[in-house]
Design a protein around this ligand. Structure first.
Ligand code: ZN
Length: 192
């Protein structure tokens, strides 16, 4: 029986509606909402990873310019996906949400072995976080309706890369939810 967590990468004002927005970011909000509502109902941890940079000193800003500045509106999670009090929020300063954060420690303490990864951008922070998960031995599932990139081409390339090089399972959201529902129900029956 797998122990799941849902990871929501960078669904922030900056990347949904700001200067560095992914073209289809708004359109994936309802799918992510559906998934996190399902997860919360069934006790699957929901973990937000949040780009939060220091003005001036952050190395990443040399490439992208100042973005998602800590304390600014751009680094806020969009209101449609506001975390609940039981969710976890992990700040990050690099693409990969495992790099220099406590994400791995948190997942280990929660006993998680399988990540359902969502958010933006498919080929940047999502892909790098999935690679970080692969390096640390986590199984990864990516529902394509729950990730987006600046262009459809980058989105497609990101999905292919994660499938081919991290063994990520790309499963459409409805199929995944049905599968999880059956799996979680049978585990309840086993316990009884
Ligand atoms: Zn950044």
């Amino acid at each position: 029986m797998s122990k799941y967590a849902v990871i929501v990468v960078d669904m922030l004002e900056e990347f949904v509606r700001g200067r560095l927005r992914a073209e289809k970011a708004e359109s994936i909000i309802p799918s992510i909402k559906k998934l996190i509502d399902f997860a919360r109902e069934r006790g699957i941890p929901v973990i937000y990873t949040v780009d939060q940079h220091y003005q001036e000193i952050d190395f990443e800003s040399r490439l992208w310019g100042p973005h998602a500045i800590k304390g600014g509106r751009e680094s806020h999670i969009v209101c449609e996906l506001s975390p609940s009090p039981k969710d976890y929020v992990v700040p990050k300063r690099r693409y990969d949400a495992f790099e220099y954060t406590d994400l791995d420690l948190l997942l280990r303490e929660l006993g998680v072995d399988t990540l359902i990864v969502t958010g933006i951008h498919t080929h940047i922070c999502v892909q790098q976080t999935v690679m970080g998960a692969f390096y640390r031995g986590y199984r990864v599932i990516v529902p394509p309706e729950c990730v987006a990139a600046a262009t459809d081409e980058w989105h497609r390339i990101g999905l292919e890369y994660m499938r081919n090089f991290a063994g990520a399972e790309i499963v459409d959201l409805n199929t995944l939810l049905k599968r999880l529902d059956v799996e979680l129900r049978s585990s309840v029956t086993e316990v009884v």
